[in-house]
Write a protein that binds this ligand. Structure first.
Ligand code: GLY
Length: 313
């Protein structure tokens, strides 16, 4: 099933939270997105601002091992390392991100905390030290499911399946950069989680989190923590993107879609137009909220849900 739903216009400034579980993820896991959206809405109703609500929604998805973010993140090609990316932004200019972060439970909370520093993006060792500094405890996000997925990916690679459209599997062996030797000849997983929010004051926020792509070299960063690519929030709305980061960044997709919304394009048309920028072989999905609309589109199965004053189509 292709996610091709959107909500009709709602009254301006009606609070709404939309959450997704990644392009290419199982849409039967929609219940996890619904729980995330409801958690974000509960924060809004409790007086939180849009970005706090988006972080709460994504935190629920990071704790759900069915999704590739936080606990349940995919493994890098060595079968051991997990590197996670996350970001937050709101229409008031709040902006924070982390890349290549290891061993924390909620990368999105670390990203939100980066917004309070003089910087917008911390990566690798610095991000980890910062996480510990703000009290994020050591947490191993590895799950049995992720180990199983990794084994299945290696099997696919050994059978010669091309796992990233347009990329030769041999590239991973050619550029191998792990401390451990390549154990096998080099499934494709690139799903991400995200949430977009419109609060009662009409402010917008977005948050996203991912374990990245599989297969991936050490230190690989996709679109999720890159402003304008995987996420963007501005005066016209908020946009979160999921799919293969290497392709998404080339279109600065979230910023591009925000620009279309700012130019007056209806939200469903903007999301649909975004999909047409990509070869159908590339997994792409988006969620967005504007002053009057919210919705989702993907060229793959994509679990997503909304909570708030939006009405079901
Ligand atoms: N969209 C997730 C990634 O490419 O890392």
């Amino acid at each position: 099933m292709t996610a091709a739903d959107s909500y009709p216009p709602s009254s301006p400034q009606a609070p709404v939270v939309v959450a997704h579980g990644g392009a290419g993820a199982d849409s039967q896991h929609k219940d996890g997105c619904a729980a995330a959206a409801e958690a974000g809405l509960a924060r809004l109703r409790g007086g939180a601002d849009a970005v706090q609500a988006a972080v709460a929604a994504v935190g629920v998805l990071e704790d759900d091992p069915r999704f590739n973010a936080g606990t349940g993140s995919v493994l890098r090609m060595d079968g051991v390392t997990i590197e996670m990316d996350a970001a937050v932004m709101d229409s008031q200019g709040r902006l924070g991100a982390v890349a290549g972060l290891r061993r924390v439970r909620h990368p999105v909370e670390v990203a939100a905390a980066v917004a309070d520093t003089p910087h917008w993006l911390l990566c690798g060792e610095g991000a980890l030290r910062f996480a510990r500094h703000i009290g994020a405890a050591d947490h191993d996000p590895t799950t049995a499911q992720a180990l199983h997925k990794h084994a299945a990916m290696l099997k696919d690679l050994q059978q010669g399946k091309r796992l990233i459209p347009g990329e030769d599997n041999a590239s991973f062996a050619q550029y191998w950069n792990f401390a451990t030797p390549l154990a096998v000849a080099p499934g494709q997983a690139c799903d991400t989680v995200g949430a977009v929010v419109r609060d009662a004051a009409g402010r917008f926020a977005v948050a996203g989190s991912t374990g990245g792509c599989a297969p991936a070299l050490l230190g690989r960063v996709g679109d999720t923590p890159i402003i304008g690519a995987g996420f963007y929030a501005g005066p016209a709305g908020a946009v979160a993107v999921t799919g293969i980061g290497e392709h998404i960044v080339r279109h600065l997709l979230a910023h591009t879609v925000h620009g279309w919304l700012a130019g007056g394009m209806r939200l469903p048309q903007a999301l649909q137009r975004a999909l047409t920028l990509f070869d159908p072989a590339i997994d792409i999905g988006l969620i967005a909220v504007s002053a009057t609309e919210s919705g989702a589109r993907s060229n793959r199965d994509m679990p997503w849900a909304a909570a708030g004053d939006a009405q079901l189509p």
